[in-house]
Design a protein around this ligand. Structure first.
Ligand code: MG
Length: 313
């Protein structure tokens, strides 16, 4: 480490020149925090993330308020955000009602969320995998017809707390069905954070063998077992260029007991910066944002980089 709080830069062959970070803190992070954060605090959080250089900030979710009280202010939050050139504020949408609300709010990108396993589909969506895809089909179709980008999230791609190991071919099959609905991007989720790098290569190879372009694939790793950055590096070596991360490591998954911790954006930036990979993010500003957000939540950030750089000196 050098004096200005950044790693030395030494590249590694076979990696992309630039990576797009899909910042999920305001949605995936805050949805899984027990504290309900005020709309004004969320707005400031998102504005600070954009000021730090993040260009895709998943903002909220148009699910019924009873499902996720933490995100019940979706309309007010989106209305409070200044639109800036090149900045996208994707939102989650579960059904036709959610899409109608998202369109009314003027969103440009939505995401639907499916599961690679039957148990999690039942627990998260109260439907089988096939039934959930049927539910999403008209949503994806109508969103695309309205000119929106549609991300398809796929949960439990690397292990399921109830079913155990998830066959690679099963993940690839559900991923292909999800993309066949018309999604423009696939985000493969390690919802309980159990993946290891060889498994990442195997799942990405299986997905590509089903005809999907690696250019349309993103990865969403959790750091439960300390593997998120290793898995990210494996995904980059396999050609992935979109990585999901949550500022300060906010959030986990309330339905998966052992799941703690999205990959922290700061930890990701440290690695990418050291590898000479462009992200467009100012790490100091991002760390300051996560330190501030941790104060709002009343507990320290779990991010190693936030702790290393953000501690009062
Ligand atoms: Mg997550």
């Amino acid at each position: 480490m050098v004096a200005d709080g950044l790693p030395d830069v030494i590249g590694l062959s076979g990696l992309p020149d630039a990576v797009t970070i899909c910042e999920v803190g305001p949605r995936d992070g805050l949805q899984n925090e027990s504290t309900v954060v005020a709309t004004e605090v969320k707005r400031e959080f998102i504005e600070r993330l954009v000021d730090a250089g993040l260009r895709r900030v998943e903002t909220t979710s148009f699910v019924p308020a009873a499902w996720i009280p933490q995100l019940a202010d979706a309309e007010q939050l989106l209305a409070s955000l200044p639109r800036r050139p090149g900045v996208r504020y994707p939102v989650l949408v579960p059904n036709a009602r959610g899409l109608a609300r998202a369109l009314d709010a003027g969103v440009e990108d939505i995401a639907v969320f499916a599961s690679a396993t039957e148990t999690f589909a039942q627990r998260n969506l109260n439907r089988s995998v096939a039934q959930s895809l049927e539910m999403f089909a008209p949503v994806v179709h109508d969103a695309r017809a309205a000119g929106l980008g549609v991300r398809g999230y796929l949960s439990m791609c690397f292990g399921d707390p109830w079913e155990g190991p998830v066959p690679v071919q099963q993940v690839a099959d559900v991923a292909a069905s999800l993309m066949a609905l018309g999604c423009t991007e696939l985000s493969l989720g390690d919802t309980i954070g159990v993946a290891t790098p060889g498994q990442v290569f195997a799942v990405l190879a299986a997905v590509q063998a089903k005809g999907m372009s690696i250019d349309a694939v993103a990865v969403h790793f959790h750091d439960t077992y300390g593997q998120a950055l290793s898995n990210t590096l494996a995904a980059l070596q396999a050609g992935v260029r979109v990585v999901d991360a949550s500022a300060g490591g906010l959030g986990g998954c309330p339905y998966a007991e052992s799941a703690t911790g999205n990959l922290a954006t700061e930890d990701l930036i440290w690695q990418l910066t050291g590898l000479g990979i462009e992200t467009g993010v100012d790490l100091d500003r991002l760390v300051a944002t996560s330190v501030w957000m941790a104060e709002q939540l009343g507990r320290p950030s779990p991010s190693r980089v936030v702790r290393a750089l953000g501690a009062p000196s």
